[in-house]
Design a protein around this ligand. Structure first.
Ligand SMILES: Cc1cc2nc3c(=O)[nH]c(=O)nc-3n(C[C@H](O)[C@H](O)[C@H](O)COP(=O)(O)OP(=O)(O)OC[C@H]3O[C@@H](n4cnc5c(N)ncnc54)[C@H](O)[C@@H]3O)c2cc1C
Length: 535
């Protein structure tokens, strides 16, 4: 064990939240900040938007977790990719930029989390972004994160918009503005054809600050305590065990899978879980690892009867070379795409106050759940997930060894509302795909196939084929009560010197993809910490 280095703050995990937090904290030159990251400093693919597909199952830049097989999802282990590189999951994600709905944050506040209502967090979302279409009451310019519309042009998209209109779906201009509902071009975190991860947005401009140290390949294995005060972190780097001391605080930003794992390895959590693995209880907190929510994503896909519209045939053979050359010359084409160029925020029932499902439109069909390759024939995929799922799962350690993956139990589709919403969602995206304006391009429906029509069969299709949309949250949720892990200032209940800032603190799911909300949490954590320093 080497002699420990001392910082004011040690942030564990350089992902969406951790990058924003470390960058904002180190704006104060008086604060000495260490940012620890288990993964590498970078990966050659991460600047490409399409690193989404290239790194989705990568052996080093991705943790490649798998869920525990469960009856509700046909006993399949579901792949759970998470970024393992500076930038975290924002370095490998689909680049779709969604804040969610005001009701999401107002619900957080209604649980007793003061300071997290939509009115409270809107200014943070605004200071984060540089929105290409300018500022208004909702949007802003001048922030570190560039947000623009997906550029890709395709007659298929015009047909999707026309199809949406033909079945009575609204069109929207800005789903991050006054109203989320409608079918719309995706807003993405891409600038000049390059991925804008949280690392690019927040760490690149901060890299030369003498008071910020970013340590890659440093895997935190345990939090260090003096009584009930967290005083540092033990980590492994290149086969050595080292310590970093925090004079003020440790902030865990390791994401919804690894944050509860690190707490449990440090003796914080449910005594029965810790006891199973011979870990002494330092502090009982029953919420650690509980309340997992995620979006389960179902898909319907069709063959197309024309070539040249889908990327399945556009990148086949020499098409790959053409796309690479096109990207080098223009920063456009397949390699510059987000995961889905069009989205829809839709209601499965007209009586609903706000959208309850999100649809993604993809001009391609992937081959299997690992998503590493595309089908050889031209195709189109529509996917949907329920925006605010009720089903609760858990993530707990399965071993006291920090290198072993924790056990992820999604418990997907256990709630009847989730089952019905997914059935209705699949019916709605199928109705859009089968609408008249798409007749000219659409071939046969391949999956689930036209014979699958009853509610029972559609639910069976979802159970057998749907996967995570990569949005786990809630495993160290923010709540004042005994099931909460952090309070509304993100301080771990009952301990000192320890906060959590990442997707694990979300009390309920936000209505959309979770990167924007995770970065907002990192930004908000820096505000809270700086306020507390001044107090
Ligand atoms: C494949 C994929 C596609 C996605 N697509 C989208 C999308 O299109 N739009 C969107 O909004 N969201 C998307 N998401 C979700 C979004 O990226 C995440 O919700 C968000 O990045 C979570 O941020 P975080 O800070 O909580 O965790 P992360 O960004 O995952 O960061 C956690 C960091 O902690 C590090 N870490 C973990 N354990 C340790 C340890 N013990 N020691 C040190 N470091 C550690 C990790 O390596 C990682 O860098 C996607 C996610 C994935 C994986």
């Amino acid at each position: 064990m080497n002699q420990a280095e001392t910082y004011d703050f040690v942030v564990v995990g350089a992902g969406s939240a951790g990058s924003a937090l470390a960058s904002r904290l180190s704006e104060d030159p008086k604060l000495k900040v260490l940012l620890l990251e288990a993964g590498a400093a970078s990966h050659p693919y991460t600047s490409l938007p399409m690193s989404f597909g290239l790194l989705i199952d990568h052996p080093t830049a991705n943790w490649r977790y798998r869920s525990v097989p469960e009856e509700g999802t046909a006993n399949r282990p579901i792949p759970v990719p998470r970024g393992r590189v500076v930038g975290g999951s924002s370095s490998i994600n689909g680049l779709v930029y969604v804040r969610g709905q005001p009701i999401d944050y107002n619900t957080w506040a209604q649980f007793g989390n003061r300071g997290w209502s939509f009115d409270d967090v809107l200014p943070i979302f605004q200071r984060m972004e540089n929105y290409e279409h300018g500022a208004d009451d909702w949007r802003s310019q001048g922030g570190p994160l560039h947000v623009c519309e997906a550029y890709d042009q395709n007659p298929l998209y015009d047909a999707v918009f026309a199809g949406a209109e033909s079945i009575g779906l609204k069109r929207n201009r800005d789903y991050n503005g006054a109203d989320q509902e409608g079918v719309v071009r995706t807003q993405t975190t891409i600038r000049d054809g390059r991925r804008m991860s949280a690392a690019v947005a927040y760490l690149t401009p901060a890299r030369n600050r003498p008071n910020l140290r970013i340590l890659a390949d440093a895997h935190a294995t345990r939090l260090l305590f003096d009584g009930t005060r967290c005083v540092g972190v033990a980590y492994e780097q290149h086969g050595r065990t080292l310590e970093a001391r925090a004079g003020r605080e440790v902030v865990v930003s390791s994401g919804a899978v690894a944050t509860p794992q690190l707490l449990e390895l440090s003796g914080i959590g449910r005594p029965e879980v810790l006891g199973r693995h011979g870990i002494a209880v330092r502090h009982e907190l029953r919420g650690v690892g509980e309340h997992l929510r995620d979006h389960i994503n179902a898909r319907v896909y069709w063959r197309l009867n024309q070539r040249g519209l889908s990327y399945n045939d556009r990148i086949a053979g020499l098409g790959k070379v053409w796309q690479a050359l096109r990207y080098l010359a223009t920063r456009r084409g397949f390699l510059a795409l987000p995961s889905a160029p069009l989205l829809g925020f839709l209601k499965t029932r007209p009586d609903l106050e706000c959208p309850d499902i999100q649809m993604h439109v993809m001009p391609y069909v992937i081959r299997d759940a690992s998503r590493r390759s595309l089908q050889p024939w031209p195709g189109m995929t529509l996917t949907c997930y329920q925006l605010r799922p009720e089903s609760l799962g858990s993530i707990h350690i399965g071993s006291a060894d920090p290198k072993k993956h924790p056990e992820i139990r999604f418990n997907f589709l256990s709630d009847p509302l989730d089952q019905q919403t997914m059935i209705d969602g699949v019916k709605l995206i199928r109705k859009l795909g089968n609408s008249t304006p798409l007749d000219v391009y659409r071939g046969e429906e391949v999956d689930p196939g036209p014979s699958v029509t009853s509610d029972a069969d559609l639910l069976d299709h979802v159970r057998r084929t749907a996967n995570t949309a990569f949005h786990p949250i809630g495993t160290c949720r923010m709540a004042p009560g005994p099931e909460g892990v952090v309070d509304s200032r993100l301080r771990v209940h009952g301990l000192q010197g320890l906060r959590i800032a990442d997707a694990s603190i979300m009390p309920t799911m936000v209505s959309g993809n979770t990167n924007a909300a995770s970065i907002m949490i990192g930004e908000k954590a820096s505000d809270l910490i700086r306020e507390d320093l001044r107090a």
